[in-house]
Design a protein around this ligand. Structure first.
Ligand code: GRG
Length: 296
């Protein structure tokens, strides 16, 4: 697949998910208006939509219907958006800029930002529950996302992150934190996309899981590199925060050169995992490249 084909596909999926989210979020004029307006502010008009892209790409492996993928991708993106809103709160990462605009608690207020996160999380599960199809499969999807977002996934990873500030972690400890904080939701995006289509063989699922774990970690390594090397304007969020806050990162532990190498090793592992899955995995492979080579 050429770079141009991939960019065209990315643009199409990003436009599709933006339209779906705009349709699925409650309209701002519906009461309580302030909450609904703030939910739309948090979700619409920004972000790379990496998780929806992964969901759609994984859906190609199992020949999933686009309407089902749209709902699953929207659900994952809503969980991601909620995590960003809560992460930016003063009691957590305390940031004022996200996706190039003031964070939700700055634009609205802290209590509203808290409720925005809560309501986005609820809406995500509502969307999964409304997907048409085999109810057993649907329940598995709900369970998968619940575990990925909860204390054994993203929220647990965030807890470890909060406890780690100012501490020197070992590499396995850092990896454990990121497998949960960032990796769990990325893995869920991939597995949910695949679960939207035909039942895949156990072997295929294992390869896909290996891919998802590799790019989940690669995503975080690159996030650490960008925080150290890119500008606030390019990122649309405050750059250089990790070292200022004394957060353990791949860059603080390994340095930039080794971190870059590690990202490429994880990309190679992601590609290797896709090898047995054939041509249908081409977009997942291109997404592994995007995750590692991105500049924002
Ligand atoms: C509050 C439960 C809870 C969890 C928060 C994901 C997270 C945990 C915090 C976000 C802070 C952060 C910088 C995490 C590192 C990786 C990450 C998720 C970056 C942001 O994701 P992108 O780059 O953002 O996909 P966009 O804006 O493109 O969607």
């Amino acid at each position: 697949m050429s770079g141009r084909d991939f960019e065209g596909w990315m643009g199409e999926v990003q436009a599709r998910i933006e339209a779906a989210l705009a349709r699925l979020l409650p309209a701002a004029h519906i009461a309580p208006s302030r909450l609904h307006e703030a939910m739309r502010y948090a979700v619409l008009g920004g972000g790379k939509r990496v998780r929806p892209l992964l969901c759609f790409a994984a859906g190609e492996l199992s020949e999933a219907a686009p309407e089902r993928l749209e709902a699953a991708a929207a659900a994952v993106e809503l969980i991601h958006a909620y995590s960003l809103v809560h992460d930016d709160l003063p009691c957590m990462d305390d940031d004022v800029l996200r996706r190039g605009k003031p964070t939700v608690h700055v634009e609205y207020d802290e209590a509203t930002a808290l409720l925005v996160g809560d309501a986005l999380q609820s809406l995500a599960f509502q969307l999964l529950s409304e997907i048409q199809g085999d109810p057993v499969r649907q329940l598995e999807m709900v369970r998968l996302l619940a575990i990925a977002a909860g204390s054994r996934g993203m929220a647990g990873g965030q807890q470890i992150d909060l406890e780690s500030t100012g501490k020197a972690l070992t590499l396995p400890e850092l990896e454990f934190m990121h497998i949960h904080k960032t990796g769990a939701l990325i893995r869920a995006a991939v597995l949910l996309g695949a679960a939207c289509g035909r039942e895949m063989q156990t072997k295929e699922k294992a390869q896909l899981d290996r891919y998802a774990k590799a790019i989940g970690l690669a995503f975080q390594v690159v996030d650490d590199l960008l925080d150290a090397e890119a500008s606030t304007a390019t990122l649309g969020k405050t750059a250089g925060k990790d070292s200022k806050q004394g957060k353990p990162t791949y860059v603080s532990l390994l340095g930039t050169a080794r971190s870059r190498e590690l990202a490429h090793e994880l990309r190679a592992d992601a590609h290797a995992a896709l090898q047995p899955l054939g041509a249908r995995a081409a977009r997942l492979a291109a997404l592994a490249d995007f995750v590692v080579l991105r500049k924002f």
